[in-house]
Design a protein around this ligand. Structure first.
Ligand code: 5AD
Ligand code: SF4
Length: 445
């Protein structure tokens, strides 16, 4: 267990979520002061309610927010265990900056109560900030050519065992049209880093998809010059996924020959400044990674103000230099997702295919730890097996339409629903702290 300073530091302004008091019961502020804070903090934290107007109230309603200042006595011991997560939630107004030490501390939740508490907290924050809707995005993997040589990936340039394919623009448009007819409102075009397609080619494909219907188009095609991203954005592309993979610059260089984290981050910043909704993300369980690396990964997502982030476990591929390394840990992946949800409460977090590959119930698990997006594979069947980033991908099992109807059934069974919107992230200027009653963002858009 990380024994550094507590996540709540002196004088931090916080909003108290009344729903947190004894699982949503109506509470009394005096009772809260005496029992809840002392229970949560075991008498080691001195808390004051700063807003006198709120203090005048006695009865509190679940969903109410009270402006508070929480003061930690520097000499007090850090809060530990389950209490920490309750405290993190109490202090979580969505804008408080969890720093890298707080994040590392949360990632070290012990098995059992602590981890359960972390997951439950992420689930409450997900519900509160982005609601129960799950966005479904159809992915088309249109080329498995790649000029890069990432040590972990089956599409790497030096993997000569792989048969390569490229879909023509017409094939991509047909697959997109089929996806739209099946009900997808976001089409994701993904490929290896393949300069064969010029920015103009991509732009024309985006325009073609946009001419079918008002859908969102997400690109996931790797690093390009800013001017190329600009051309794609002008053509109507809405979003761009470019995972940073690891926030450790040295490890990044080791795993990505000839590439640098600096360039990666510059690309992400270029995309953001061009008005794309930007997705990043990272791999959990890369050889050479530790908890502090994962904490840096989450801190970087926050620094970049990502709209989306994909967090998936490493899966060894036999035809790569990392073939003999063990797969990433599923629980650590879920913990990273749960902490990331708390650090970026408004972001979209997809269930990663890598997680579903390691665990059959990966989708349900991730949806209960902060996830709110599913990205089924709608690539034409004949190409699917060739997009082999890692072996036995769960996406090989998706039906040709991605299984959108089955997903709707599964969501209903777990009390969630398919989103009826394109699923854009809420623009920054429209973000406020939602109360329990206003957490239905479908209505707000
Ligand atoms: N295991 C898990 N994820 C991988 N990716 C690539 N190779 C692997 C692997 N062996 C992920 C990377 C990349 C995306 C296309 O797939 O995060 O961004
Ligand atoms: Fe290419 Fe992406 Fe695989 Fe790296 S991770 S080899 S860039 S497809």
């Amino acid at each position: 267990m990380y024994e550094g300073p507590s996540p709540v530091r002196n004088g931090r302004r916080a909003f108290l979520l009344v729903s947190n008091i004894r699982g949503g019961e109506t509470g009394n502020i005096q009772a809260f002061k005496q029992t809840e804070v002392s229970r949560v903090c075991q008498g080691r934290v001195h808390a004051t309610i700063a807003d006198r107007r709120e203090l005048a109230k006695t009865a509190l309603t679940p969903g109410e927010l009270i402006d508070t200042s929480i003061h930690l006595d520097e000499s007090t011991e850090p809060v530990t265990g389950q209490d920490m997560f309750a405290l993190t939630e109490i202090c979580h107004d969505g804008f408080i900056e969890l720093d890298v030490r707080d994040i590392a501390r949360m990632l070290q939740a012990r098995p059992g109560d602590e981890t359960e508490s972390l997951f439950a907290c992420a689930d409450r924050i997900r519900k509160r900030f982005v609601g129960d809707s799950v966005h479904i995005r159809g992915i088309i993997e249109f080329s498995n050519y790649c000029v890069r040589n990432c040590l972990y990936c089956g599409l790497r340039r030096d993997n000569h065992k792989l048969s390569r394919y490229r879909m023509t623009p017409d094939e991509i448009l047909t697959a997109s049209q089929n996806g739209i007819q099946s009900g997808y409102r976001t089409i994701v075009l993904q490929s290896g880093e393949d300069p064969y397609y010029s920015a103009q080619d991509i732009a024309l494909i985006v325009e073609g998809i946009k001419s079918f219907r008002d859908v969102a188009v997400t690109l996931s095609i790797g690093e390009r010059a800013r001017s190329e991203y600009a051309a794609m954005r002008s053509a109507g592309a809405d979003r761009f996924l470019l995972k940073h993979e690891t926030a450790d610059a040295k490890l990044y260089q080791q795993l990505h020959p000839g590439a640098s984290l600096k360039t990666r981050v510059e690309c992400l910043q270029n995309l953001k400044s061009l008005g794309f909704q930007v997705g990043s993300g990272f791999i959990v369980g890369l050889p050479g990674q530790d908890i502090s690396t994962i904490a840096e990964d989450i801190a970087l997502l926050k620094l970049l103000d990502c709209d989306m982030a994909g967090i998936g476990p490493f899966i060894p591929h036999p035809d790569t230099p990392l073939a003999s390394y063990p797969a990433g840990d599923v629980t650590m992946t879920l913990k990273a997702l749960a902490v990331a949800r708390q650090a970026l409460p408004y972001a979209n977090f997809p269930v990663t295919t890598a997680l579903s590959t390691l665990r059959q119930d990966g989708r349900q698990l991730a949806l209960s730890c902060g996830g709110n997006v599913i990205m089924p594979n709608i690539t034409p069947a004949k190409y699917r097996a060739l997009y082999e980033i890692y072996p036995d991908s769960a996406s090989l099992k998706d039906p040709e339409d991605g299984g959108i109807r089955e997903i709707a059934g599964m969501l209903k069974a777990i009390g969630r629903e398919v989103s009826t919107t394109k699923g854009d992230t809420l623009p920054k200027e429209r973000r406020s702290i939602p109360t329990v009653d206003s957490n239905n963002h479908e209505r707000m858009r």
